[in-house]
Design a protein around this ligand. Structure first.
Ligand code: HSE
Length: 299
């Protein structure tokens, strides 16, 4: 018996909610095929996909994010049987689109369908988190949670809350042809932050969440400003500042780095506005010397 599941890419952090907020996108995806086996172990048989570096991903289950997610699922549920997994990666590595999280989510969703008693999505969160932490060295759910539930999701250390979003909200996500390792993008955050910056950021987060709940574009515009993480990461991403400026000059409510970068996202009050701004954001990366792909997606 086997099951297949996909997980979409996502925008981690949404600028203002570091390690806390994320949203799924209609764009690239990872696909996992899982087979239930009698042997009490997790095996990875193949990892393929048309993305650079796919052949460098470890096949050893404990070193692979999706493999580790299934190991965690077996151990925590006390399963007597094992799983055999194959992955087709569509989300580029080191892109800031949640590729490592997507493999975990696709694997646990497929494996869940093979359980004698499949669990609700919420129960899969901790297994996916256990897997994701293999790659980033830290436990955060801002990518796995929106991949599990869809839409905008708040991901705390132990739970996921899907947030209401106005139906007009659209995002542009531009992936420049650069690779940035999450570990490296987290190293630059090591220095302490002054309390007054944290307080100002809390105000932005509060405005942002209220804006989402009320469907109020001007509150979203005020709130979608990241004072903590983006200023320290921006210089790791050639073309980011210009792409963000292009988004804002073309009507974006706000723009920032997607996940750990280098992908860059912007939010808009309509699909038309998002579609008009996407090429301008790509031009900014082109002028910095980078090809890119843009995705326009409902949020
Ligand atoms: N919240 C994470 C970060 C996303 O920004 O480092 C990448 O895993």
């Amino acid at each position: 018996v086997q099951a297949r599941a996909f997980a979409p890419a996502s925008v981690g952090n949404i600028g203002v909610g570091f390690d806390l907020l994320g949203h799924s996108i209609d764009g690239p995806r990872d696909v996992a095929t899982v087979r239930r086996i009698d042997a009490p172990e997790v095996r990875i048989t193949a990892i393929s996909g048309d993305i650079p570096g796919v052949d460098r991903l470890p096949l050893e289950a404990a070193r692979n994010t999706a493999g580790q997610a299934l190991i965690s699922m077996r151990e925590k549920l006390g399963l007597a049987h094992g799983f055999e997994l194959s992955l087709v990666k569509g989300i580029p590595l080191g892109s800031g689109l949640g590729g490592s999280a997507a493999s975990c989510v696709a694997a646990v969703v497929a494996a869940n369908a093979l359980l004698d008693e499949p669990l609700p999505r919420e129960a899969l969160y901790e297994f996916a988190l256990d897997g994701e932490s293999v790659s980033s060295g830290s436990r955060h759910g801002d990518n796995v949670a929106p991949m599990l539930l869809g839409g905008v999701v708040m991901a705390t250390h132990d739970r996921m809350i899907a947030l209401d979003v106005p139906e007009w909200l659209h995002a542009v996500v531009v992936h420049p042809d650069q690779m940035l390792e999450t570990r490296r993008a987290r190293e630059v955050l090591a220095e302490p932050y002054p309390l007054h910056d944290v307080v100002r950021q809390s105000a932005h987060l509060a405005l942002f969440l209220t804006g989402l709940q009320r469907g109020d574009a001007s509150l979203l515009r005020e709130g979608l400003v990241d004072l903590l993480v983006e200023p320290r990461r921006a210089s790791l991403i050639p073309g980011f500042a210009a792409a963000k400026a292009a988004a804002l000059a073309n009507g974006a409510l706000g723009a920032s780095i997607s996940g750990a970068g280098p992908s860059t996202f912007a939010w808009f009050a309509s699909r038309e506005a998002a579609e008009a701004a996407a090429p301008m954001m790509r031009v900014a990366f082109a002028e910095a010397g980078y090809d890119s792909r843009a995705y326009v997606t409902p949020v």
